[in-house]
Design a protein around this ligand. Sequence first.
Ligand code: AMP
Ligand code: MG
Length: 439
Amino acid sequence: MQSLQQIAACVAGYDPNALPVTKASEFIARLVPRVQAVESLAIRSALGRVLAHDLVSGIDVPSHDNSAMDGYALRSADLLGAADTLIGVAGTAFAGTPFGDTVAIGQGVRIMTGAVMPDGLDTVVPQEFTRTEADGRIRIPQGSVKPGDNRRLRGEDLARGEAALKAGRILTPADLGLLASLGHAEVAVYRRLRVAFFSTGDELRSVGEPLAAGCVYDSNRYTIWGMLTRLGVELLDLGVVRDEPAALRTAFTQAAACADAVITSGGVSVGEADHTKQIMAQLGEVLFWKIAMRPGRPMAIGRIGSGSQNGESSSVIGEAGHQAILFGLPGNPVAVMVTFYAFVRDALLAMSGATPQPLAPLRAVSQATLRKKPGRTEYQRGIVSQGEDGRWQVRITGSQGSGILRSMSQANGMVVLHHDQGDVAAGDLVDVIAFDGLV
Ligand code: AMP
Ligand code: MG
């Protein structure tokens, strides 16, 4: 396992006191281990889980050439180029009940959608194009069908031996259908990631408790719970932890012992007089960063354990020397969410075994001038809507203070103003990460 110093040495331009967002992401991607354990689940239980092995198709899907329409299957060689074609009907092919006989020249078969193409027939003329003659033969108007029309080919969805899905994929509803179409009742996925979290700060009260003067309700545990729940990880909520060394030590030790990752909020900024940073540093290898971003400048990152290991450390829960990845987020409610989306989300997905999928930002027209200093990444909360011209536009939600959670709640996306970017004029295009669909 590489030390944090070794990882830092691999990140060009690493500066813990003014760390660009991209460098922080690169560091974290190098730091986090992937879960190894795999479990087999019924496909319906695997929605949103991470596929552990490439899935190679053992069969052709579909397994036979079949009809894409209700109509008549025929031999394209029987079609007359310059006149209507008349064919006899040798029988009927239903989906699930093939027409088993041979079909003579000049004859076709009435066929239903999904029915296997009878031997020798290669084209389907849709029912609505045809007319039945008095003698029972079917008239196919000239030019109404070309050779091969309306026939689905064997293996056109998936050929036998082809990789249908790659390991690391987060299974979607379409994937569950694909698994079923290959005949799988079960699928191998990585075990769920286990994440422990708690809030630190003497001023915090939990909902349900009376609010003493100078205190605030702990909201971070709820936003973090919500974001983690959407990621589909297993949760361990350790509550609000007082700013006392013994209480902090117990919370960190317990969290590190039974989780892959530990997320805390509060107590990591420079001026903090509290004990959180001290205990983090005692229990593991932890860096305290100042990230070139707004909101969310301070953040602690590293590995923590029970504080008593000697010898090799391990990322496997339950093994001797187990260490969990620590994300010490800032305390401000908006900063918590922004740092989670900027770093923790991707890190937890990678730890879950998922192949990183960069978020595709939306490009939207800024409706107003935005002040922005080059040299840091800013995440402003915005409301994206469609303008009268049909283009996406975005306006910023009220005050952007990092403690103002309402700005986040009103927003439907984050405007990302990149590191080198300066002021934005009204009418300029900006990148927006839409919250809808963000897990
Ligand atoms: P800190 O990072 O500990 O200095 O906290 C920064 C600000 O965020 C302070 O105003 C805290 O009261 C506030 N804060 C910290 N933790 C929470 C929390 N869990 N819920 C709501 N506000 C918090
Ligand atoms: Mg604090």
